[in-house]
Design a protein around this ligand. Structure first.
Ligand code: NI
Length: 136
């Protein structure tokens, strides 16, 4: 079932919004607003106790063996929160690791923080997404 509702807002804000959604390729405001609402709901899931899914990306130099060891230890310690991981050799020196994580938001965030804060990591990021359950 579809519900319709009206939204009142500043015309300059609406103009900026229309420009933004056109650039992103949305066909209409409704699609863009639906995605904004879903994004808020997903971020709310991450504040709750329910299960979440995320992706951790880390870039580091494999020359530093202690980083590789520390990352492996961490992933074995938290194997219950790790679905899968992929390692890409970016060049002679740099590695990209992509780790799919799931579980309770707090546990997953703690694991991501520990991976990203491992000494020697050049760049790390947690992408917060959803199991899709309960999201329309
Ligand atoms: Ni590598």
């Amino acid at each position: 079932m579809i519900s319709r509702f009206g939204v009142s807002l500043d015309s300059e804000l609406l103009r900026d919004f229309d420009r933004l959604i056109a650039r992103k390729g949305y066909r209409n405001r409704s699609e863009a607003i639906r995605d904004l609402i879903r994004e808020s709901l997903v971020q709310e899931e991450w504040r709750g106790e329910g299960p979440v899914v995320g992706v951790v990306t880390i870039v580091y130099s494999h020359d530093k063996r202690e980083i590789v060891d520390a990352l492996t230890d961490l992933q074995h310690l938290h194997y219950e929160n790790i679905v899968s991981s992929m390692h890409v050799h970016l060049d002679e020196e740099n590695c990209l690791e992509v780790i799919i994580v799931r579980g309770r938001a707090g546990d997953v965030r703690t694991l991501a923080d520990r991976l990203i804060s491992t000494k020697g990591i050049k760049h790390g990021r947690l992408i917060t997404t959803t199991t899709g359950k309960g999201l329309r």
